[in-house]
Design a protein around this ligand. Sequence first.
Ligand SMILES: NC(=O)c1ccc[n+]([C@@H]2O[C@H](COP(=O)([O-])OP(=O)(O)OC[C@H]3O[C@@H](n4cnc5c(N)ncnc54)[C@H](O)[C@@H]3O)[C@@H](O)[C@H]2O)c1
Length: 320
Amino acid sequence: MQTFGSVGIVGAGLIGSGWAARCLARKIDVFAYDPSPNGETVIRSHIDNAWHALEKLGFNRDEAGKFTYVNNLEELCRNVEFIQESAPDSLEIKTRLHQQIDQITPPDVIIASSSSGLLPTDIQAGTNHPERIVIGHPFNPVYILPLVEIVRGDHTSADTARLAAEFYEHIGMYPLMVKKEIEGYISDRLQEAIWREALHMVADGVASTKDIDDAIVYGPGLRLAIMGVCLTFHLAGGEQGMKHMLEQFGPALQLPWTHLKAPELTENLIDRMVEGTKSQSEGHSIKELERLRDNCLIEILDVLARYQYSAGATNFRADS
Ligand SMILES: NC(=O)c1ccc[n+]([C@@H]2O[C@H](COP(=O)([O-])OP(=O)(O)OC[C@H]3O[C@@H](n4cnc5c(N)ncnc54)[C@H](O)[C@@H]3O)[C@@H](O)[C@H]2O)c1
C-alpha cells in the first residue's frame, strides 16, 4: 500500500485541518500553508480539537507525525511527497493555485484537490503536469469519516488515481473511484437533492428546520449509515426486494413530489434557516455540537465494525 512520509496541506481551514489531523495520527509529517494572517492559529486550534476524537480512536499524540506551519508555498512544495489542496471552492482560486503549485513542485508529487464539485479537468487547465492532479473529495470531519471520492480529469493518469487511492487507504479511508467526471461527484449530488428539498419545504412554510431534521434522524438517517439508499429500498420490497419495491412505488416517481430546482435564497428563507438552527442548537456552541457529533460518530463506527459492515469495515485506529 502506498504511503508518503510527508504531506502538504495547502489551505488550512476546516477541511485542510481535518486532513492534517488524520495524517498526523498516522505518523505522517505534515507541512501546512495558508495565506490568511491567522492561518496558523486556526489550523492549530482545529487540530487540537480533533485530538479529542483521535485519542478515542486509540491514537497517541506523543507518537504523531511532526507538524510544521510554513509561511510560503515554495517551502511546502519543496518538502512534501503528496499535496492535498483545500482552498475555497472557487474555480478561479483553484486553477491559479494549481498552476502555481505545479510550477514549483517536482513532477512526481501527486496534487489532490478536496473540491466539493468542481471538474478536475478545469482545475488542471494551464498546468505543465496535469497527469498528477486528481480530486480527493473528503467529508467533514475528515479525521473520522472514511469516505473520499476520487475523480480523474481528462489528463489524470491511472497511476495517479491508483496511488492516491492507496495512500487514502493507508490513512484509514474508503476511496470511492467516481467512474465519470461529473460536477458534484456522487455524494454531494445526493446531499444536494435533500438540501434543495429541505430549503423548499422551509420556504413554503411546510416544515421548520427542526421538523426537517426530525424527519431524518428518527427514521431514514438511522438506516442510511448501514445500507445506503439502494439496499435499504431493496428491503422495502419485502421478499421480492427491489423488483416489488419499484412496482409498488414506481408510480409515485411520476408524481410531482419533489422540486429539485433550487429555491431562491430570499431574506425570509435565510432568516428561517438561521433562526431555526439557532433554536435547535439550544444554546450549545458549534464546538460543543462538533464534540457531540464526533463522540456519536465514533460509537456508530464501533457498532458497524462489530459487524464488519459498510464504514465499519474500514479501519482508522491506532492498532490497525
Ligand atoms: N466544508 C465542508 O464540509 C467540505 C467538505 C468536503 C470538501 N470541502 C472542500 O474543501 C475545500 C476547503 O473548504 P473548507 O470548508 O475547509 O473552507 P474554509 O473556508 O474553512 O478554508 C479554506 C482555507 O483556504 C484558505 N485560502 C484562501 N485562498 C487560498 C489560496 N489562494 N491558497 C491557499 N489557501 C487559500 C483560506 O484562508 C481558508 O483558510 C473546498 O474546496 C471545499 O469545497 C469542504
